[in-house]
Design a protein around this ligand. Structure first.
Ligand SMILES: [Zn+2]
Length: 300
């Protein structure tokens, strides 16, 4: 399988991860970002399974597209482009158990999951239209893929079209094609891709971000053990001064790319927990100051 269009880590979500423990987000923002994070985890899980399953197949794997079809927006989590067919997967990382009946989804209590049902029918309608207007012989299948191994989806047929961790290999086996995937179709899908809204920057108020030094892995506050040794209790991991300084700079530049980064600014950003001299030494050794962006970039 050829990964033809990869998922990019959403700018806002990365900002959120960096700031989760040091910025006063509203409850709504926390919940929204947790939902996005869970969705991303699900998509990554699906990608691991699919790349493994289709390892020997020359199909194209296209991720994370936002299309505009007839003035309607539609999002493709994952699509696999074979020689004569395209499978579009709508990946769902739900925790709740659900029931599937006649192609519609319901809660266990019997309430129709209207949002999900509408989303799937809209996806099928628009994707089929977009692809068949390009090549009327292409077969288009839309399949929801419920990836949480602890979730029960009742009423799923062994042969699909609803995928779960249990049946996806069986369902997708019949699509494994010896012929190479249709590259023109993969290119066409990518040509329809629109800018992702979530890639727009978060507006973060610098003065409201807690300053200090934070762990590059879990983003919690990190303890300075000695002049050259930093320790994260949560990750049980030691870091060098340079690694810690690099990370604080990366975070600053990710969040405030339009602000000037100087030794003085960096000293304030780490709340004075690393000396001015050390910061200056690391900047001089490993970074080049770029006048245009008014920021330091890593020396190659
Ligand atoms: Zn950590």
């Amino acid at each position: 399988m050829i990964i033809y269009h990869s998922r990019t880590l959403i700018h806002q979500f990365l900002s959120y991860q960096m700031l989760e423990y040091r910025y006063d987000f509203t409850l709504d923002s926390h919940e929204k970002m947790k939902r996005i994070g869970k969705g991303i985890q699900g998509e990554e899980q699906a990608e691991r399974w699919l790349t493994e399953f289709f390892a020997d197949c020359d199909c194209f794997y296209v991720n994370d597209l936002r299309l505009n079809v007839d003035y309607e927006q539609v999002q493709i989590d994952s699509a696999i482009v074979f020689h004569n067919s395209v499978i579009v997967l709508e990946v769902k990382n739900y925790s709740m158990d659900i029931r599937c009946q006649n192609g519609q989804f319901y809660s266990i209590a019997g309430e129709p999951l209207t949002g999900l049902n509408n989303q799937l029918s809209k996806l099928a309608r628009l994707i089929t239209k977009a692809l068949q207007s390009y090549d009327m012989h292409i077969e288009v299948k839309v399949m929801p893929f419920f990836v949480d191994v602890n979730q029960s989806v009742h009423g799923v047929l062994v042969d699909g079209p609803v995928l779960t961790p249990v049946n996806f290999r069986h369902v997708l086996r019949k699509f494994v094609d010896k012929k190479p995937g249709n590259q023109a179709i993969a290119d066409y899908l990518i040509s329809l891709n629109q800018e992702n809204d979530f890639n727009r920057k978060f507006e973060i108020d610098y003065s409201h971000v807690a300053k200090g030094i934070y762990c590059p892995k879990c983003h919690l506050k990190i303890i300075k053990k000695s002049q050259r040794n930093y320790y994260c209790e949560t990750c049980d991991k030691h870091f060098s001064t340079q690694c810690i300084v690099n990370h604080q700079i990366d975070v600053f530049r990710h969040l405030f790319s339009d602000r000037q980064l100087t030794t003085r600014v960096l000293h304030e950003w780490v709340a004075g927990e690393i000396s001015h001299r050390t910061l200056q030494r690391i900047l001089a050794e490993h970074y080049v100051y770029e006048k245009e962006s008014r920021s330091y970039s890593k020396r190659e």
